[in-house]
Every structure is written in structure tokens, then in C-alpha cells.
Design a protein around this ligand. Sequence first.
Ligand code: CP
Ligand code: NVA
Length: 317
Amino acid sequence: MSMDLKGKSFLTLKDFSRSEIQYLLDLALRLKQKKNSGTRGKLLEGKNIALIFEKPSTRTRCAFTVAAVDEGAHPEYLGVQDIQLGHKESVEDTARVLGRMFDGILFRGFSQSTVEKLSKYSQVPVWNGLTDEYHPTQVLADFLTIMEHKGGLQGQKFVYVGDGRNNMARSLMIGSVKMGLDFTIVAPKELWPLQEWIEECQSYIQEQRNQIIITDQIHTEVLEADIIYTDVWCSMGEEDKAAERIKLLQPYQVNKEMIEATGNEEVIFMHCLPAVKGNEVTTEVFEGKHSVVFDQAENRMHTIKAVLVATLIENLS
Ligand code: CP
Ligand code: NVA
């Protein structure tokens, strides 16, 4: 399949069609096979990419760095403490400066409006490496992992358990409905996604005939799940909410009983990481045979490489 994504920013999956997302996943698989065969790439030779981090990161930073270097690009890490952004210079001015020097910009931080401004003012592709609202590159890695373990995406029963309002829950809901998975959030009512997010996602469903379920019923709704997914109970920047969240979410911990309640021997356990073992997931499940969390972590790199290649160079057929 051919697809022209050159020059396009990757800010949220809302901006991508089902066939564009599938194209990125298929490209990631090809790039993964290429790397595993020992072939060194030159697809991004001569490109320079800026990596701006307002929040900490292991996977996203390493994935962008290795993906860029693997295909011949130069990545430059710019921690917000090291540059003028947010102290002496506006996002708009920083964007125009970086856009004159770099071929693309990754941003990880708090506000979605920052990645949007970077994209608007820099005139180069900008990639969202997590904001308070979305984490779209993580969803690509998760979907590649599901394809590898389940043979495809369509019709899979995806159950997200935990904080239903955070960036992962929201991004997975968008991605799932676009790609034809049945999507359920199991969360206490206090942490259900906003009604407007659900309605927005429902507008994508009509084409796909899949469904979104939001519930606080744990054991009935995990039945027959193909995927159980969870994330931290306090996202970066929400550390002051820890006591309240533990109280609310303790019954929603992914543990052996929850995995057994799926009734599916082949269910996979997923987590974007980093995990707080003993909170959202037990060590037993995290380390157990259903867990694919490190496949997800590795796939961050292959899928991010696909995003870089697709948005920085001419279409690969
Ligand atoms: N999953 C993820 O984004 O991990 P990092 O915070 O380590 O980048
Ligand atoms: N919801 C988490 C995801 C971390 C990858 C956070 O924002 O901290």
C-alpha cells in the first residue's frame, strides 16, 4: 500500500485514517524485519531531529534516538532545563528557530497546545511523545504488539482497566475504534472518560461496527477479553493525587483473579510502562506468562521509526 504522509505532524490519532494507521503499522513491521536481518538503513541520512522533553522518559527518548540513528539521522536531546523554551522564549519563537535547523521535532510534555503550536509555527513535522491528553506513538507500539500476538486487530476485545480519564485511556479509545477493536474501559465512575470524548469516538465507530463500553463492573466486563491493559494510577504531574487514587482504584488492580475472570487462556496483559507493581498490577501478572509488556517497549522503537520515515521522506511503496 502506498501513502503520502510526508510533512505531516503526528499529534493525535484523531488526525489519521484507518488506512494511514495500518500503513504505519505495516511499515513498522517491515523496518523491524530489516533491523532483525542486520541491514543497516540510510532512509533518514542527512536528517536532524530535535527531541524536546518537559517530562522524564526512558522508552520514548531511547526509541526516538535509536530509531533515528538506525536510519542515519542525527537526534539532538533538548531538555527544557537546557533550552530557553518556557523560561525566556515562547513556544512560537522556539518553533520558528528549530524549524530553520531541524527536519522534525519531537515534544514530550504537559500541554497538547504546545505540540500544536510547535507544529503550526515550525513548518516541519512535529511528533507527540506524550502530553497530558494523548500518547499516540504508544498506541502504535501497542497495536503492533497485538498484531504479532493475536494475528490482527479487528474484533479483538480490548479491556482497559484503571484510570479511564488519562492520556493512555483516551488514545487507546481513539485508536481502537478507528482500527475496529471492541473497546471497554473498566474504571470507577469518578474516573470515567468525559462524555464528549466518548461521543467523538462514537463518530468513528459507525464506519467500523465495533463498540465502546464504559463500566465500573470488573468481573463481568473482563469476561472473554483478548487484551487486558492498564496504566499507572497517577500520571506524570498528578503525584499529589496518589492517596485518593489508591483508594479509588485498589479494586481495579490487575491480578491473577482478574486474568482468570477473563476465562481466556490466551489473554495478553499489556502496560505502556513504567509500572508501579503492587498498585495497578501485581508482580505475579507482570512477570507471568500472559504479559507482553517488554514486546510493547521494544515496539516503541520500530513504530516510531515508521513515523519518522513516513513523515520525513517521500513515500515508500
Ligand atoms: N511508555 C512510555 O512512554 O515510557 P517513557 O515514559 O519511559 O517514555
Ligand atoms: N499515563 C502515563 C503514561 C506514561 C507513559 C503518564 O502520563 O504518566
